[in-house]
Design a protein around this ligand. Structure first.
Ligand SMILES: C[S@@+](CC[C@H](N)C(=O)[O-])C[C@H]1O[C@@H](n2cnc3c(N)ncnc32)[C@H](O)[C@@H]1O
Length: 382
């Protein structure tokens, strides 16, 4: 099996527009005509989230119309904290489950836009706008659904620096050009914004017999990025090092398709990719979480390394410090000046966490290895 190596991942979609069109048409056909409800999926890609769903999110989900939830094809829970009043974009919003759940969580002053290329999915999503507006007690809708490609948000009319948060649930793997998707997401995000998304990743680059298999692609396995390629692509596009939130291994669960998959492994992982101003200083610091975010009154789970308990002083590395100081979280923390630099050097590169290892730890109930993740001079992150 080919391991991911820096700079060797060539996406043929860049060279071949007809390949891109074919994939778009195949995926539209899959989600528009072949699959009508969650139970029609042929594999386990649409897995339950790795961790229990908090009560306030369960409540928001319970308010979503069953015709919408029947067509849910996601692979994770895409609910970042601190959502009230935010402008959110959902890439590949499907029938709209996550859009409506977030519509309630951002509140009447916030807004959620869903983008999807498949007419049949959009039709279901749009049909229930009025229903949810009334259910949530809003005076006017705070959602809209746009038909378009996630590789072409500009053509879909989405302006640069216009969203606080982008979410996506099991969609980026379906794109023939992941680089363009990330570039477009970066463009439309405001400074300090983040792409918070769940997707399927492989342990290695996949061979052509898997990537050219139409059902495996439609089921979110064939187009899965090797997780190390996601880390590299995100940084190339300009995001901070991806922060891994959670991960869960995914089995295919279909004998015929498993024969094609062979020994390749897959994980459903949730990452957060922050767009931070270029001049943001990278310096470790001590901080305390103030406990004012709805749903995170006792502790704020930032990623698999950092959970901030209310009023507890924590020293964070330079990367996390600049993310928190430059994002919507800045007002939620008290930052202490002049922290001594601890063992976690400010300039050190943050080693990406292997989601397959995290998935094992989560499964066995282990707490993921403590804060940190700074590579010393001898350690390689590549
Ligand atoms: C696996 S489903 C997930 C839908 C939704 N996020 C959910 O959780 O139910 C994938 C969705 O992404 C859409 N999609 C896939 N590739 C796309 C692309 N390149 N541009 C726009 N939409 C896309 C499909 O039409 C489909 O609705």
């Amino acid at each position: 099996m080919a391991e991911c190596k820096k700079g060797t991942h060539g996406e043929c979609a860049k060279k071949c527009a007809s390949h891109e069109l074919t994939i778009h048409d195949d995926v539209k056909d899959y989600y528009g005509k072949r699959v009508k409800k969650t139970s029609d999926l042929k594999t386990n890609a649409c897995v339950a989230p790795a961790k229990p769903i908090p009560a306030f999110i369960r409540k928001a989900l319970a308010d979503v119309h069953p015709d919408v939830t029947d067509k849910y094809y996601g692979c994770g829970l895409v609910v970042p904290d601190c959502l009230e009043g935010c402008r959110v974009l959902d890439l590949g919003s499907g029938s709209g489950r996550d859009v409506y759940m977030l519509s309630k969580l951002v509140g009447e002053k916030g807004h959620v836009t869903g983008v999807d290329m498949t007419e049949e999915q959009l039709e279901v999503a749009r049909k229930y706008i009025e229903h949810h507006t009334q259910k949530f007690g809003f005076s006017k809708p705070n959602v809209d659904f746009i038909q378009g490609y996630i590789e072409g948000l500009e053509e879909a009319g989405l302006k640069e620096n216009s969203f606080d948060i982008i979410i996506s649930n099991c969609v980026v793997n379906l794109s023939p050009d992941k680089t363009r998707v990330l570039k477009e997401a970066f463009r439309v995000l405001k400074d300090g914004g983040e792409l918070y998304f769940s997707d399927i990743y492989s342990n290695c680059r996949l061979p052509e017999e898997i990537t050219s298999h139409k059902i495996l692609w439609g089921e979110c396995f064939g187009g899965a990025l090797c997780w190390e390629d996601l880390v590299r692509l995100a940084e190339e596009v300009g995001f901070c090092s991806p922060r891994l939130v959670t991960a869960k291994t995914v089995s295919v669960g279909n004998e015929e398709l498993e024969r094609v998959i062979g020994d390749y492994k897959f994980v459903s992982a949730t990452y957060r990719l922050f767009k931070i101003p270029k001049n943001a200083v990278k310096k470790s610091c001590r901080l305390t979480y103030d406990g004012n975010i709805t749903g995170a009154e006792k502790a704020l789970e930032f990623d698999c390394h950092y959970t901030f308990k209310v009023n507890e002083v924590v020293e964070v590395d330079g990367e996390v410090a600049r993310i928190l100081k430059s994002s919507r979280f800045a007002e939620e923390f008290t930052f202490q000046p002049d922290a001594q630099t601890g063992p976690c050097c400010a300039a050190g590169k943050v080693c990406p966490v292997n989601p397959f290892e995290l998935a094992e730890q989560v499964k066995s109930g282990d707490t993921p290895s403590a804060t940190g993740g700074c590579c010393g001079a001898k350690q390689s992150c590549g």
